[in-house]
Design a protein around this ligand. Structure first.
Ligand code: ADP
Ligand code: MG
Length: 730
């Protein structure tokens, strides 16, 4: 019996998912595995606690002696919870998280065995990490990198089976200081934003001393049965199906959306949510998505760096917990052709230490001006750096969404809703006015009186827009479901930092010329609206008309990763990242190289898997059926039946043979194309070749013939689980 039929029969014998003990209130377990400040208060000396708080609040360095005290406190806490091992936890550019476990256990020089976790083990480690991608960085500078404690993210305990490990969040850098992970540049971008944003906030409120960016991600994913997944080598190796004919029942009925969650999946959700709550991940919503077997989970928003950690942890936890339930989570952007893909919407805003959401329209004209300032600066930032933002979300997986006629398009535009469009238009109309009647100009912005209108506007917010204002935050919808949020968040926050810096310069310039502050601000806002108007779009982002219109407006539209990545290393990008101290030129070049290599590897693996499936699964199944048909036809012939008696068999046989030939020839040509691409020296040229000469030239074409065969060949002979089985059986 093929794996496919074993899987199906396993499925029918599978006991209902067990719910386990999940009856506690969330608050009873929330954060119990996190070394929160409250826990720190309990386990640290006064000095240690104060030092930790200062480091979290103002990024103050912790010195070694205090670090040892803190390490002891963390160890005492961890041991009280049964932890024996610790690891530096970090987010390398491979896109998963990395750990290297060490035990507290050591042997002293006199031979006594003790449990120890000293300051240096907390602060710095040297993982044997020479095989993490570094884009040539460590080869050029130093052989190894090291991980360094990031006190701004709290330590936590990861439970795996019966084992518990203390995880110390760290950044990963080379000995010469280049970042080798996602986290270090993000922290720098956030610092840069803080500086620029506080300076602008102080026009309105002198009490503001800190601005943090906030992020609420929404994670989409598919869940399928483990045995079915295991019978699909493409899912096992690529996380997506490279073949598979459309099922009769796909998502056309939309009966899955907000429908009831299937029992087995529900048990899995409850289980991973519990793990998340213990780690302080504030999950809030879970529901079905549009496609069958597709779901979404979202937390309450948090500060960006914490939210990024939590999303990385969540992806890891989901994967582990799913296996407990004999399920597989598919985080890929497009696991199934013809069925909705998955994204990770990044809801983003900025908050002050006085408790104000800078993208929330205020209640008074003055706070409205602050809102308008940040609102318009965001639009300007996205306008000026649309290409850089696009490059931050480019990946082989996300190419299946962006630029492939799926939500949203590769053209970066901003949706602000009818009401705010009107406000922006009104301000723009006043070009030439000098806003000299201060009160009138500002009072006219009675956004606060129109909040109901504003909110109404955003209930039917445009779902086809990649970057939409949703009432009190922007939602960056083009991020891929597998992405580490740090990548888009680094760019978004740094372009915002840069734009605000320029804004401040321009406003100060006008003030120096004797202009009143509010009027100067209004004038620059007005200028920014005019300058960045072309990025605003309220219509249907999927339509052909928009593609034409966007081209006319001169908006970039780059559907494939190898070319979209160019914007990372343009002069504009280098200047942006360098002047905000986020990446040096060398780091940028290295990252660019790493992204290209990731792309090449992904497409390369998919091409190989395609060849393997075609030759070892599809063609043998088709030949088996071909033989049946031939035998049947021959019996008709030897019985002397007229051809009309086996006309259908002949027709099917001709079809099957035709598609077998096509698959064989095209796979052969694909292998040749891969060889040619492999021989290319330059990484960018190679990536482009993999895109246009391997992927675009062959993938859809081979798939077309394979899917035809799936429709023709005897179901009994077909070894790969079909879409209907993966998507609809539970
Ligand atoms: P919906 O989109 O379903 O109407 P919400 O508007 O409440 O729901 O929020 C969607 C997501 O946006 C949630 O993850 C939420 O935490 C997040 N979010 C809400 N406010 C902010 C904010 N100020 N900054 C960042 N994310 C936010
Ligand atoms: Mg959303």
């Amino acid at each position: 019996m093929s794996l496919r039929f074993q899987a199906i029969s396993n499925l029918t014998n599978e006991p209902e998912g067990t719910l386990g003990v999940h009856s506690q209130k969330i608050t009873a377990i929330f954060g119990e595995n996190v070394f929160t400040l409250k826990t720190a208060r309990q386990f640290l000396s006064d000095e240690g606690y104060k030092s930790l708080v200062a480091s979290i609040k103002n990024g103050k360095k912790i010195d070694r002696t205090v670090a040892s005290q803190i390490a002891n406190g963390i160890k005492a806490w961890a041991e009280s919870k049964g932890v024996t091992h610790f690891t530096h936890w970090f987010q390398p550019l491979t896109g998963t998280t990395a750990e290297k476990h060490d035990s507290f256990f050591t042997i002293k020089s006199d031979g006594t065995a003790i449990e120890e976790f000293d300051g240096s083990a907390l602060i710095q480690q040297e993982p044997d990490a020479s095989s993490f991608p570094n884009g040539g960085l460590r080869a050029t500078f130093e052989a190894r990198g090291y991980t360094a404690w990031d006190p701004s993210s709290p330590a936590f305990i990861m439970e795996i089976g019966n084992g518990k490990t203390l995880c110390i969040p760290t950044i990963f850098i080379s000995y010469t200081g280049e970042s080798l992970d996602y986290k270090a540049p993000l922290l720098k971008a956030l610092e840069s934003l803080n500086e620029s944003a506080v300076a602008v906030c102080n026009y309105f409120d002198r009490n503001i001393t800190r601005v943090t960016a906030t992020l609420g991600w929404e994670q989409e994913y598919f869940v399928i049965d483990e045995s079915l997944a295991n019978a699909r080598p493409d899912i096992v190796q690529c996380g997506r199906t490279v073949f598979g004919a459309a099922p009769a029942k796909g998502q056309q009925l939309e009966d899955h959306y907000f429908g009831s969650i299937p029992e087995r999946v529900y048990a899995f959700m409850r289980d991973f949510e519990t793990e998340c709550y213990k780690l302080g991940i504030p999950l809030k919503t879970r529901h079905n998505e549009v496609a069958p077997s597709q779901f979404e989970v979202a937390p309450i928003f948090e500060e960006v760096s914490v939210a990024v950690d939590h999303n990385s942890l969540l992806m890891d936890i989901m994967d582990r917990v799913a296996r407990r339930h004999k399920l597989r989570v598919l985080l890929h952007e497009k696991p199934f052709a013809g069925i909705n893909g998955s994204g990770k919407h990044n809801n983003w805003s900025m908050a002050t230490d006085t408790g104000v959401n800078l993208l929330s329209p205020g209640k008074t004209p003055k706070t409205n001006l602050m809102f308008l300032t940040f609102f318009v600066n965001t639009i300007k930032a996205v306008h000026d750096y649309a290409d850089v933002l696009r490059s931050a979300i480019a990946s082989a997986g996300n190419d299946h969404r962006l630029g492939a006629n799926e939500a949203p398009p590769a053209i970066i535009s901003v949706f602000v809703g009818q009401y705010l469009s009107k406000v922006l238009n009104e301000i723009e109309q006043r070009v030439g006015d000098k806003f000299d009647e201060q009160d009138e100009a500002i009072l006219k912005l009675d956004i606060h009186r129109s909040i109901p209108e504003l909110l109404l506007d955003n209930t039917d917010r445009n779902r086809t827009s990649p970057f939409a204002f949703t009432g009190n935050k922007f939602e960056f919808r083009a991020v891929g479901s597998t992405a580490n949020c740090a990548s888009p968040m680094t760019v978004l926050n740094v372009i915002m930092a840069e734009t605000l810096k320029q804004f401040k310069n321009e406003v100060d310039g006008l003030i120096a010329k004797g202009e009143k502050k509010e009027i100067a601000i209004m004038q620059v806002i007005q200028k920014y609206i005019v300058d960045s108007k072309k990025v605003l779009f309220e219509g249907d982002g999927y339509s052909e008309a928009w593609h034409k219109e966007a081209e006319k407006r001169g908006l970039p539209n780059i559907p494939t990763t190898p070319l979209a990545l160019d914007a990372m290393i343009s002069d504009k990008a280098k200047k942006l990242f360098e002047s905000n101290r986020v990446y040096t030129h060398v780091e940028l070049e290295a990252r660019h190289e790493i992204e290209l290599e990731k792309y090449i590897k992904k497409v390369q693996i998919e091409a190989r898997v395609m060849g393997d499936l075609a030759l070892n699964h599809v063609i043998p199944a088709a030949i088996a059926y071909q033989n049946d048909l031939l035998a049947n036809i021959n019996s008709f012939k030897s019985a002397g039946s007229p051809e009309s008696a086996y006309k259908a068999q002949l027709a099917i046989l001709t079809d099957v043979s035709k598609h077998i030939q096509a698959v064989y020839e095209k796979v052969d040509a694909l292998v040749e194309a891969r060889k040619i691409a492999n021989a290319i020296e330059n990484t960018r040229t190679k990536a482009i070749a993999y895109c246009s000469q391997v992927k675009e030239k062959f993938f859809d074409d081979i798939r077309y013939h394979v899917d035809k065969l799936e429709h023709l060949v005897n179901d009994e002979d077909w070894t790969l689980p079909k879409y209907r089985e993966m998507l609809l059986l539970r």
